[in-house]
Design a protein around this ligand. Structure first.
Ligand code: NAD
Length: 478
């Protein structure tokens, strides 16, 4: 169990903590598959045995329903742990590779060894899941780890610190609480790998800091994830899936459908359908949506006012706001809101929304949708709603994204055999499953000479005619 308590915003201890983690890294590196699985099992059992406490902490931060905490935080983590336990032995096995004829007499393999001391910096929106899921892979790969959860989700962050202190020693896994000061001090330490989840702007700060120590990075960032709704889409089905994906966590989800591009001929019907679905989900008996226990609140007043500002800007520029109820700043409640008559100059179409507002923009020709997507940064996710295979293929070929669901939203994050992450502005590197394990590992190339001789020996200096003939031969035939 951890013996020292890390006080909020105490940056003085950080250097010492790092030294402890570094000293212990060589021991942790040598841990076996069994030992690492045991560590993951401890985490799994603790989470399952303390679900109520996790529900309570996240409720205090986001007013999130326990079922939503289970589906989007607890079960996802437990699923990733179980998947890792099942596959860790094969991931850790030296990976034999083939030997080219020109290298006769040797054999080669790839060894996955831990990177060493790793830093995980997490955001507030899925405060438990996003701090703990990278930890699974950091542990599986045999690293020592420091975690810095978000200062904005303070109850969950405190809970994570308590949980980790019960499970691991301070020179193995440690949680350091605090804000930008603490993050900045941590980033000055010589971590071998930094796993950052957060905004693209802070991602750049992290990458710049990593350059000083040439630390490798995984950056899980944000951005605008479009939904392309084609004229042949099943509108009822699309409406169900988009309403769920958009208003989950009150839209504060990195892969939430950010805005819709819809064929003009079905726009009106879709907006009506989505308005109905919102009522079916959050007001099944005609009560005020605000009374629904199933909708989260906005994390703080700054974000609430940022969202309000996006709506004011859109309204001033001629948008139609379809708000299902009234906003309430005191309780940070923002109703599920659709916006139509959207133009590209609106902030809603330029900034990541990260809240329960869904702009819907129509197109005549699908190429217009491609143009809108293309002129923005590459998205973390892109969703396609269409029936025809040819249409789906066309959307896939004309766009790019970190991940895509076809006739679905969000769920690609739940398959641990799929890589999760963005591209450029929406992220660098991938996580989940084997990809997560590899992200926290150094893929060490090992070549072994089996017979003493190598086919390369004849080209050692002094370079004579034989060497020159041999290189000619190799260039020609291999
Ligand atoms: P954020 O970038 O403001 O903060 C993330 C973390 O970085 C926090 O722990 C914070 O303390 C720290 N931080 C903030 N400013 C810093 C600085 N100047 N230097 C060093 N550290 C700093 O992000 P957020 O508001 O917590 O989260 C929302 C963003 O995260 C959205 O853009 C969202 O899309 C993105 N996100 C991405 C994913 C993903 O998996 N790709 C998941 C969740 C959230």
């Amino acid at each position: 169990m951890n013996t020292s308590v890390i006080i909020d915003n105490n940056t003085q201890n950080i250097e010492d903590i790092f030294i402890h983690l570094k000293k212990n890294a060589t021991t942790i590196k040598k841990t076996s598959v069994k030992e690492r699985i045991k560590k993951l099992e401890k985490l799994e059992h603790y989470i399952l045995d303390h679900r109520d406490e996790i529900h309570e902490a996240i409720y205090k931060d986001l007013k999130k329903h326990p079922v939503e905490v289970d589906t989007s935080e607890v079960l996802t983590i437990v699923g990733l742990i179980r998947h890792t336990k099942k596959h860790l032995k094969s991931w850790m096995k030296p990976n034999k590779v083939s030997t080219p004829l020109s290298m006769l007499g040797t054999s080669s393999y790839v060894l996955h060894e831990p990177k060493g001391v790793c830093l995980i910096i997490a955001p507030w929106n899925y405060p438990f899941y996003l701090a703990i899921s990278p930890l699974i892979y950091a542990i599986a790969a045999g690293n020592t780890v420091a975690i810095k959860p978000s200062e904005l989700s303070e109850h969950t962050s405190l809970y994570i610190q308590k949980m980790i202190s019960m499970l691991y020693s301070i020179d193995e896994v440690v949680v350091i609480l605090g804000g930008v000061d603490v993050s900045t001090t941590l980033l000055k330490q010589k971590f071998n790998h930094i796993f950052f989840t957060g905004s693209s702007n802070v991602g750049k700060v992290v990458m710049k800091a990593a350059v000083n120590n040439l630390a490798s990075v995984t950056l899980e960032l944000g951005g605008k994830s479009p939904t392309v709704i084609c004229k042949d889409a099943d509108l009822k089905d699309a409406s169900d899936k988009i309403t769920w994906g958009k208003f989950l966590n009150a839209g504060q989800t990195c892969i939430a459908p950010d805005y819709a591009l819809i064929h003009k001929s079905v726009e009106k019907e879709f907006v009506e359908q989505m308005t109905n679905t919102i009522n079916e989900f959050y007001s099944p008996n005609g009560e005020l949506i605000k009374a629904s226990p199933d909708l989260c609140r906005i994390i703080n007043k700054d974000h609430f006012n940022r969202l309000k500002g996006l709506l004011e800007d859109a309204s001033e520029k001629g948008a139609t706001i379809i708000m299902n109820g009234e906003m309430d700043e005191a309780t940070k409640y923002m109703p599920p809101t659709l916006v139509t008559n959207v133009t590209n100059d609106m902030r809603l179409m330029q900034e990541e929304i990260f809240g329960p507002i869904y702009p819907i923009k129509s197109y005549d020709k699908i190429e217009e949708a491609f143009e809108i997507i293309e002129e923005k940064e590459k998205p973390l996710a892109l969703y396609i709603f269409a029936k025809k295979k040819k249409t789906i293929k066309k959307v896939l070929q004309n766009t790019t994204a970190g991940g895509t669901c076809i006739n679905e939203t969000i769920l690609h994050i739940n398959n641990p055999d799929l890589p999760f992450g963005g591209i450029n502005n929406s992220g660098i590197g991938k996580s989940h499953g084997k990809y997560g394990f590899v992200g926290f590992s150094n893929q060490r190339a090992v070549l072994k000479n089996r017979v003493g001789l190598t086919s390369v020996k004849p080209v050692y200096p002094p370079y004579g005619k034989l060497a020159s003939k041999l290189t000619d031969f190799i260039i020609k035939y291999f």
